[in-house]
Design a protein around this ligand. Structure first.
Ligand SMILES: Cc1ncc(C[n+]2csc(CCOP(=O)(O)OP(=O)(O)O)c2C)c(N)n1
Ligand SMILES: [Mg+2]
Length: 332
């Protein structure tokens, strides 16, 4: 793994702050009905992504996740302006405005979505890994899911085959404590989700998801194992979401005090604290990053606002007209 240095912490601070502010902006424009449909925000979970990206080889590794999927493609290199435009339903978006919040996708950047069916991405992640193994590519697929998804049958079927075929995949649960309003404790008689790996003899462990360097280290071990051909790993990364499940969640299932207590472990504050403790930056330098982030978010908003809605014919271009492979798109 790349060394974790002063530069890493400064990058983590800037990236995580950008993702947080980017999504704060989305929450704001959602209320103004600029963004419609569902909106699931990642606030609080940023260290999981920051640490994972550090351990990945961004020239070849792949990522797939559920519908809480805005910072991930940005981290993989997708232009954040195009991500925001997608949320606005604009033609300049990553899927020409046809996907929206839950379906960000970029084959070019090896980010494979954005999936709304809980647990649906788990077999797809294994499939991506299968393709890499079959073609002899030296790539690993990180397959993220929520705690709620671990109760789906698809996880168990996938774990079985992924172990049988020693696929180069890391299965990562972002355990944020709740599946919509249902706590982990209400969904099973055990709350140690990582232990699900034991039944398949899959290497598995719990990980502190509020500290990016801890995530990076665990992820690196798992990725290295996968790259060596030793098969999958199952990580239960323990984190927390500050906002509701989606924008329409009244959050009756938890107290404000619980949220405030978890925010004391905020990953961005944690990284900033480390930067100051080690004298890696002055307050002025941090202020410059804060201003840069603010400017970047404004640029994304302006780009999305100014972009046109897709042309009507785009709808027809994404309809397939052949019954069988290769499913050529319909052309007028
Ligand atoms: C198969 C399926 N069942 C139910 C739903 C409705 N649903 C959407 S999100 C969700 C909770 C998932 O929680 P979790 O996996 O913990 O992810 P998080 O939202 O916490 O990131 C449910 C039940 C769905 N989208 N798909
Ligand atoms: Mg959850």
């Amino acid at each position: 793994m790349k060394k974790i240095t002063k530069q890493t912490y400064l990058k983590w601070y800037e990236d995580m702050l950008f993702w947080r502010k980017f999504e704060d902006k989305l929450a704001q424009v959602y209320i103004n009905q600029k963004v419609r449909g569902f909106l699931h925000l990642y606030n609080g979970q940023e260290a999981v992504l920051a640490g994972s990206l550090h351990a990945m080889d961004l020239t070849k590794d792949k990522m797939i996740t559920a519908y809480r999927n805005h910072p991930q493609p940005i981290g993989m290199g997708v232009d954040p302006k195009r991500v925001m435009a997608e949320l606005y339903g604009k033609g300049t978006g990553t899927s020409q405005g046809l996907g929206g919040s839950m379906h960000i996708f970029s084959k070019e950047h090896r980010f494979y979505g954005g999936h709304g069916i809980v647990g649906g991405q788990i077999p797809l992640g294994a499939g991506l890994a299968f393709a890499d193994k079959y073609k002899g590519n030296d790539a690993v697929t990180l397959t993220f899911m929520g705690d709620g998804a671990t109760r789906q049958g698809s996880l168990h079927e996938t774990f079985n085959l992924a172990m049988l075929w020693k696929l180069p995949v890391v299965f990562c649960v972002e355990n944020n404590g709740y599946a919509m309003g249902t706590s982990v404790a209400r969904t099973a008689n055990h709350t140690e989700i990582w232990k699900l790996g034991l039944g398949y003899e899959m290497p598995c462990r719990p990980v502190d998801g509020m500290k990016p360097e801890v995530v990076a280290k665990e992820m690196d071990e798992a990725i290295t194992r996968a790259r060596k051909g030793e098969g999958p790993t199952f990580l239960e990364i323990r984190t927390y979401r500050y906002r509701g499940h989606s924008m329409s969640d009244a959050q009756h299932y938890r107290t404000k005090e619980e949220v405030a207590k978890m925010q004391e472990q905020d990953p961005i504050s944690y990284v900033l604290h480390n930067i100051y403790e080690n004298k890696w930056a002055t307050e002025k330098e941090i202020e410059a990053i804060d201003n840069k982030v603010k400017e970047m978010v404004s640029e994304c908003e302006k780009f999305a606002e100014d972009s046109p809605y897709p042309e009507k014919n785009v709808m027809y271009d994404t309809v397939y007209e052949q019954e069988d492979y290769p499913f050529l798109p319909h052309k007028l």
